[in-house]
Design a protein around this ligand. Structure first.
Ligand code: IMP
Ligand code: MG
Length: 242
C-alpha cells in the first residue's frame, strides 16, 4: 500500500513527502521506482520536507503563501481546497438540475474564477449569462445600479444565481428581485463565500462553498480596488491596507 501525500493537478504530479534521514530514504525510493515500472503513466516525485517548504514559500501556496504576497495576512483557502469544494458543489448542482433547463447567472467581475471552475465541473448542459453592477453616489447615499443586464431571456428557465461572496446580502437581494421580475421557472443561489455574521437581509443560499469570518478577503476573483483578483488562493487582506 502506498498513498502519496498530495497531487498537483496543474502538473499532473503526485508528491510523496519524506522526513526520513537520507539512509532510510532508499526504501521509499525503491517503492517509487516500482510504481513507475508498474504505472508509467503516473508521475510521482519524492520530496524532502525542507525542499517542500521552500517551494511553498516561493510559489505562494499553503500557509507560507501570505508572506510572499504583499498585503495578505494569511491564506484562508488554498487553490486545492477551493477546487475540491467547487467540484463537490458542481456535482450537487448537476444532480439537482438533471433534465432541467439551467442558466447560470454571474455578476461581474468577482465571480469570474468561481463560475468558470464551477461550470467546467457541471455535467449537464448549461447556459451562462453575466450581469454587471456598480455602486454610485457618496458613502452616505450609495445606490446600486445594473450596468450590464442579461443578454438572453430567462423566462421559464431554471436560474442559478452564482455569487462570489454574500456579505450584508443587500446586493444579492437587489439582483434577485430584478431576476424574479423576468419570470424564471425557478431561482436559486450558489455562493462561494458566505460572510453570514454580517447579514442584514436574510436570503436563503442554496449552495454554499465556505462560511467565512468577518474579514476582508481577496483572491480567486475577489479584489481590493481592482487588485488581487488573480491570486489562485483566497487570502485575508491586512487591515492596515484599507
Ligand atoms: P453585500 O451587498 O454586502 O452582500 O456585498 C456583496 C459584494 O460586496 C460582493 O459581491 C463583493 O463584490 C463585495 N464584498 C463583500 N465582502 C467582500 C470581501 O471580503 N472581499 C471582497 N469583496 C467583498
Ligand atoms: Mg459580487
Amino acid at each position: 500500500m502506498f498513498t502519496p501525500d498530495f497531487y498537483l493537478p496543474e502538473l499532473d504530479l503526485y508528491i510523496e513527502l519524506t522526513t526520513l534521514r537520507q539512509k532510510l530514504i532508499t526504501e521509499k525510493n525503491r517503492k517509487i521506482r516500482k510504481i513507475r515500472e508498474l504505472h508509467p503513466e503516473i508521475h510521482i516525485k519524492l520530496l524532502n520536507k525542507s525542499d517542500y517548504y521552500k517551494l511553498l514559500a516561493k510559489y505562494g501556496y499553503g500557509p507560507l503563501g501570505g508572506s510572499k504576497v504583499e498585503g495578505i495576512n494569511k491564506v484562508l483557502f488554498s487553490h486545492t481546497q477551493i477546487q475540491r469544494r467547487v467540484i463537490s458543489l458542481a456535482k450537487r448542482i448537476s444532480q439537482d438540475y438533471q433534465d432541467r433547463n439551467l442558466v447560470l447567472v454571474g455578476v461581474l467581475k468577482g465571480v469570474i474564477c468561481f463560475i468558470s471552475d464551477l461550470m467546467q465541473h457541471i455535467s449537464i448542459p448549461v447556459n451562462v449569462e453575466f450581469m454587471a453592477i456598480s455602486y454610485y453616489g457618496t458613502d452616505k447615499e450609495q445606490a446600486v445600479k445594473i450596468t450590464k443586464d442579461l443578454d438572453a431571456s430567462i423566462a421559464g428557465r431554471d436560474v442559478l444565481m452564482v455569487e462570489d461572496i454574500v456579505d450584508t446580502g443587500m446586493t444579492l437581494n437587489y439582483l434577485l428581485n430584478h431576476l424574479y421580475a423576468h419570470n424564471p421557472a425557478s431561482l436559486k443561489v450558489c455562493a462561494l463565500l458566505d460572510k453570514r455574521i454580517r447579514r442584514l437581509v436574510d436570503i436563503p443560499i442554496d449552495y454554499i462553498g465556505f462560511e467565512i469570518p468577518d474579514e476582508f478577503i481577496v483572491g480567486y476573483g475577489l479584489d481590493y480596488h481592482g487588485e488581487y483578483r488573480n491570486l489562485p488562493f483566497i487570502g485575508v487582506l491586512n487591515p492596515e491596507i484599507f
